[in-house]
Design a protein around this ligand. Structure first.
Ligand SMILES: [Zn+2]
Length: 132
């Protein structure tokens, strides 16, 4: 589960470098997504197109990290929320942690978070339940 070194630039493609803090286009994000084999670099989970993911700065911009792909990793929503909970509310953090805690690994496959239809999180039992 530890952090893996990011893979070298895929062979044959032109390495593209961006000037610092340039604004990325949708295409840039798509290229980045593909260059990381659509795989979360935090947990190794495949990420489906359309699923929420982040281009996470390994060294944060606020810590002087450059805004280039070499300083970025592809993170799935679970790894991103585990890494940067600070600016989010405590209740949001608790919900995410509870979600990661109660949802079995096999339900966290490529389709992302699985919740049975109509299920509600019950804070007393700490699990999802189908409402009566
Ligand atoms: Zn992940």
């Amino acid at each position: 589960m530890g952090k893996r070194p990011y893979p070298a630039q895929a062979g044959g493609t032109t390495p593209f470098k961006h000037p610092p803090r340039r604004k990325l286009t949708k295409r840039d994000y798509a290229k980045f997504f593909e260059s990381r084999q659509r795989t979360c670099e935090g947990c190794g989970r495949p990420i489906r197109p359309g699923e929420r993911w982040t281009r996470d700065h390994i060294i944060a911009l606020t810590n002087g990290g450059p805004d280039v792909d070499e300083n970025c990793q592809l993170l799935c929503k679970f790894c991103d929320s585990a890494k940067t909970p600070s600016d989010l509310s405590q209740s949001g953090k608790g919900k995410r942690q509870a979600t990661n805690f109660v949802v079995p690994k096999e339900y966290r496959g490529s389709s992302g978070f699985y919740k049975p239809p109509g299920a509600q999180f019950n804070w007393r039992t700490g699990r999802y339940e189908i409402a009566p």
